[in-house]
Design a protein. Structure first.
Length: 714
């Protein structure tokens, strides 16, 4: 006999209510999985429903397993037979029975991500394009978007309007679809699309499945897209019992098709819909929840609810303003070490951020302090493809080693194939030379113009390195090589952000070590990548907020809370809809914390948003009763480390003061031209240059800048 005594009043109502159409608005940490599994147990134990007539749809295999285990623990053998699965597994089962109606065999193939990449590889070879110019991930997104909008390959070619890159993408799409048909194969998107098509074309098949499931339950309903909702409605049509659980305030995957209007406006499709709100949170303290409540209240597209907890008020949310990203990373790691010394395990703490590029500075400080960490759903910063590409370009300037040459000689595409590279490699070994020296000396007769242009480019950079700072040199590399253009043409926003973050990294390094060389910078990076492969047992978690959905930690740090970063600049361009999604993302981040929540931001200049940073509205929108604002404290330096309760190494050297420049002075820069001094922070000038350069931070003593003379004014 299942006992329901541990449920609160709203949870009991959600388990036992007999309405045909139920919408459970389950706030973060409100026990939705418990409610959903007990609802199924209640139907079996008290309503006499046969397990095989119950369907529960989840969106991850982990969630499906957890639900099955809970029901098994409650009902033992009596609970056996419920159909609990992901929506894709359900579609697989339906198609395995009935796909022959669509002229596919029952033993059709379902391809995985590796299979998809193999087909793309074949397509790229036939069409003559390169995966570095058309990354597989972006191409698969393009294909999926077309499928979900019912755009067939021939239409995609028509919509390309002759634009070469779009034409190539459409050709790949056409090859991909043709190959799937030849193999009688479906990808994951096809599983849902084919099932809805099957139901639409053959109503009797739809009716068969709808009659089979008397009660249909859907978890994480806020993440449903229009095609999935269509399928869910078909499955619940005959017996007309639909039970959904979700939280509109946690709809953060609209870029993957999730439509918040489905859960918010469900009463338009089901006028008799009954809504039950689960607002007692079992995870967090009241200060964290009240802060999150005050934030999300600014959204309009939501179902009203206020989370509360019986875990006590707890500590206030800490908001820290820092002078730079370096200072922010040092602050966060300093707090992590203090908390670890107070008894928290590293695995109980997490650093969350809006975009992957924001992990760079935190990773460096963690590595310096030998703190193990794990990155969820991504690579460490210096291991990302575009970062390794650009560092290889920089190595061509200093060393021109063979590994760097092989990596970037055809990135962007320069029509240099594997056989050409192998031939140059053989000459280099025979002559005891580097591969770059082979093409520089003209010892390989083919592709002469291409290689001469490449050598001219590298030699120009080598010459410019003597006269310009590293930051400007990297800008030249990005522009001259065509790498920046390649990413921009394909809309590779995240990869561009990582490249811009590398620019920030070089600028910080040049500012901190004005006398250092490019080679020294590359050696420093090599140390970080070498130290990064340590054991991650009891590792601190680093991840984007999207990857943190469904996770919880004792302590959460949310970093990079600046306007244009979080909320992101490109999402803000979408207007109210984009801003509300960003606010929901912040809400998800804040409600991951159980005991302590830290919010941090810095007021330095960022290449990613091309401006100085201002504190995010997602800090200002938190009611001041629940947050403690902490300003930047000056650090006392001693023997290269700053003196606090916990010692953390600081990479920064003391900066020389330089009173030569005043605010309003006009300066001349070798590359940027004329600019106005708008700030002087201990010898680091903030200078506003004309478009497209914007505000730059430059060492006052750097030889690339000088004051405009009286003669030049006249």
């Amino acid at each position: 006999m299942v006992t329901y005594s541990q449920l609160n009043e709203n949870q009991k109502l959600a388990v036992t209510d007999e309405a045909n159409h139920l919408r459970i608005i389950a706030g973060a940490g409100s026990g939705k999985t418990r409610v959903l599994t007990m609802r199924i147990a209640y139907l079996i134990e008290h309503k006499g429903v046969k397990p095989y007539n119950i369907l529960a749809i989840t969106f991850t295999n982990k969630a499906a397993r957890e639900m099955k285990n809970r029901i098994s623990d409650m009902l033992k053998e009596a609970g056996t037979g419920c159909h609990i699965s992901t929506i894709h597994s359900l579609c697989m089962r339906i198609l395995s029975e009935d796909i022959e109606a669509l002229n596919y065999p029952k033993n059709f193939t379902v391809i995985d991500a590796d299979d998809q990449k193999q087909i793309l590889k074949e397509a790229y070879k036939e069409i003559g394009i390169d995966k570095k110019e058309y990354p597989y991930g972006g191409m698969l997104d393009y294909i999926a978007n077309n499928k979900y909008q019912y755009v067939m390959p021939e239409k995609a070619i028509e919509f390309a309007y002759g634009e070469p890159r779009l034409v190539n993408k459409a050709k790949v799409f056409a090859y991909y679809e043709k190959r799937l048909k030849q193999l009688y194969a479906l990808d994951f998107d096809d599983l849902i699309l084919f099932t809805t098509r099957l139901f639409e074309m053959f109503p009797k098949i739809m009716e068969k499945w709808s009659k089979r499931f008397h009660y249909v339950h859907v978890d994480e309903f806020q993440d449903v897209d229009k095609e999935q909702y269509k399928l869910i409605r078909y499955l619940s049509r005959c017996h007309d019992n639909l039970y959904v659980v979700g939280d509109p305030d946690q709809t953060i995957f609209t870029w993957r098709g999730a439509d918040i209007n489905i859960i918010v406006n469900m009463d338009k499709d089901y006028p008799d819909l009954k809504t039950i709100v689960l607002n007692q949170n079992y995870r967090s303290t009241n200060n964290i929840l009240s802060g999150a409540n005050s934030l999300i209240r600014n959204n309009k597209a939501r179902v009203e609810k206020e989370l509360f907890s019986k875990n006590g008020d707890g500590s206030k949310i800490i908001h820290k303003t820092c002078s730079s990203e370096v200072a922010e990373a040092n602050y966060v790691v300093n707090q992590i070490i203090k908390l670890h010394n107070d008894g928290y395990n590293y695995k109980d703490m997490a650093v969350l951020y809006r975009a992957n590029y924001l992990s760079r500075e935190i990773e460096k400080v963690l590595i310096e302090n030998r703190i193990n960490y794990v990155i969820y759903g991504g690579l460490r910063f210096y291991e990302r493809m575009e970062v390794k590409d650009i560092l290889s370009y920089l190595r061509m300037i200093t060393r021109a080693d063979d590994l760097a040459f092989i990596r970037i000689i055809n990135t962007p595409r320069r029509a240099i194939g594997a056989k050409t590279i192998e031939a140059i490699q053989n000459i280099a070994m025979e002559k005891n030379m580097s591969m770059y020296e082979v093409i520089k000396e003209g010892l390989y007769p083919k592709n002469r113009d291409t290689f001469e242009n490449f050598v001219r480019m590298v030699e120009k950079w080598r010459e410019d390195m003597k006269n310009v700072e590293l930051e400007i040199l990297l800008q030249e590399v990005l522009d001259d090589s065509g790498y920046r253009t390649m990413l921009e043409k394909d809309g590779e926003t995240e990869r561009l952000e990582n490249v811009k973050s590398l620019l920030d990294d070089i600028q910080e390094y040049s500012r901190d070590y004005p006398e250092s060389t490019l080679d020294e910078y590359l050696q420093m990076i090599a140390l970080y990548t070498d130290r990064a492969s340590e054991n991650t047992a009891d590792g601190l978690s680093l991840c984007t907020v999207h990857s943190a959905k469904g996770l919880e930690f004792e302590v959460v740090f949310v970093i990079g809370l600046s306007e244009g970063i979080f909320p992101s600049e490109r999402t803000l361009a979408e207007g109210t809809k984009g801003l509300e999604e960003e606010r929901r993302l912040a809400y998800v981040a804040y409600t991951r914390a159980k005991k302590l929540l830290y919010l941090s931001e810095s007021n330095s200049f960022s290449y990613v948003i091309q401006s100085a940073k201002l504190a995010s509205r997602f800090i200002k929108e938190i009611d001041d009763r629940y947050v403690e604002h902490v300003d930047e404290r000056p650090k006392t330096f001693s023997s290269g480390i700053f003196d606090e309760d916990i010692v953390i190494q600081d990479r920064k050297k003391e900066k020389p003061k330089d009173d030569l420049y005043r605010n309003g002075d006009t300066v001349i820069h070798k590359i940027y031209g004329e600019g106005i001094v708008i700030g002087n922070d201990s010898g680091i000038l903030q200078i506003a240059f004309a478009h497209p350069f914007g505000v730059k931070r430059i060492q006052a003593s750097h030889p690339s800048i000088r004051k405009k003379t009286k003669e030049e004014y006249s």
